[in-house]
Design a protein around this ligand. Structure first.
Ligand code: DQA
Length: 144
């Protein structure tokens, strides 16, 4: 099974960025977690991080017919991007949304998620382990 993990803006700054909210683990730690999960679970996991909304839309479109499941942390675009929502709807690939922090317990503007309107499930407030949980959900539901 082929899973694509997409991260939006500033996720590459993990470890440096607001560690009281996002923790001290770095983006490199996240990449290592994805590699380890791929090995343990027998999955093909690719990843893409971008600070640009259009690049994320392009990547979702490119996944059509190639990827079996998407795990996406759209970061700040969560709360603004109809374009990412529409791209997910366009390709129709099963998707799970991840947020490292517990967005429900934060500012009111973080309560709305456009991509979340498409995603089957949202994992929030679980730190980096949320990505592993999202991957396992897709494997259990769609893995052959
Ligand atoms: C985030 C939550 C968003 O509100 C924020 O803009 C981020 C990260 C999270 O992983 O907790 O950049 O998606």
């Amino acid at each position: 099974m082929k899973i694509l993990v997409i991260n939006g803006p500033n996720i590459n700054m993990l470890g440096v960025r607001e560690p009281d909210i996002y923790g001290k683990q770095t983006f490199a730690d996240l990449l290592a977690l994805l590699d380890e999960t791929a090995r343990k679970e027998g999955l093909e996991i690719s990843q893409f991080q971008s600070n640009h909304e259009g690049a994320i839309v392009d990547k979702i479109q490119e996944s059509y017919g190639k990827i079996d499941g998407i795990v996406i942390n759209p970061a700040a675009y969560t709360h603004t991007s109809v374009a990412i929502l529409d791209a997910l709807k366009a390709v129709g690939i099963p998707a799970v949304e991840v947020h490292i922090s517990d967005v429900d317990a934060r500012e009111p503007f973080r309560q709305l998620s456009y991509p979340g309107m498409y995603c089957e499930k949202t994992v929030k407030g679980q730190g980096l382990d949320g990505y592993r949980q999202a991957i396992l959900y897709l494997k259990e539901k769609y893995g052959k």
